[in-house]
Write a protein that binds this ligand. Structure first.
Ligand code: NI
Length: 217
């Protein structure tokens, strides 16, 4: 019953854009994703003390579920408006194994590398370097505080993307740090649990003073 209309659309699109239908379809999927992202409302971010941040997040069974796709859109909007570089679903009240890594240079992280915001579903750390490195972290759920946190410098990760495909990626330095920070949220941990000493904690204002010093020296 549906064969004929789809064929017709297919032919029309192929003629119009001079491209195979599947490419057009991909384009439309990306366009609709983009449009729905614009429409999704910004969510409030849960702060430390809320029990949901201490729960173990549940795996996601169906990535194509409309609610999951809407949750990803809401997280992308929330992240963009909060100028964050990463966000985990429990931070907006959903205890699900979903995180977004979105490294880009900005006021909060001026030295961050640029990348396309990436939603990672049911993420795993497959392997990691022996080497760890301390670096500054903040968290939208822990306002006004920065901490020096040791993380693996290099990790290999697996995750399902928002289109349902399983991906494997090697992440290094700041991007690896973001992933580990967000992954911790799925295990009910925050960066404060990882600092080696309370002397490694500073206020946001003091952190920006430190940045000024490191620019000069
Ligand atoms: Ni965080």
């Amino acid at each position: 019953m549906f064969t004929q209309p789809i064929k017709l659309i297919n032919q029309t699109l192929n003629k119009k854009f001079n491209k195979p239908f599947n490419q057009i379809f991909t384009l439309f999927t990306h366009l609709s994703t983009h449009l729905s992202t614009e429409k999704a409302p910004k969510q409030s971010v849960y702060q430390i003390g809320n029990p949901i941040l201490r729960q173990i997040a549940q795996p996601i069974a169906d990535t194509s579920d409309r609610e999951i796709q809407q949750l990803i859109d809401a997280m992308l909007v929330t992240l963009k408006e909060s100028r964050g570089v990463g966000l985990a679903a429990p931070q907006i009240g959903k205890s699900l194994q979903l995180l977004i890594v979105a490294s880009h240079p900005n006021q909060r992280y001026p030295h961050a590398p640029q990348m396309e915001p990436t939603a990672m579903i049911n993420p795993q750390i497959i392997s990691h370097s022996e080497e760890t490195e301390k670096g500054w972290e903040g968290c939208l759920s822990v306002p006004m505080i920065r901490g020096l946190v040791p993380r693996y410098r290099e990790i290999e990760v697996a995750y399902t993307d928002r289109y349902g495909d399983r991906q494997v990626a090697k992440l290094t330095d700041f991007v690896a740090r973001i992933f580990q920070h967000e992954y911790d949220h799925l295990e009910g941990k925050v960066f404060l649990d990882r600092v080696e000493s309370s002397l490694d904690l500073v206020s946001e204002d003091e952190y920006h003073k430190l940045l000024q010093v490191s620019k000069v020296s």
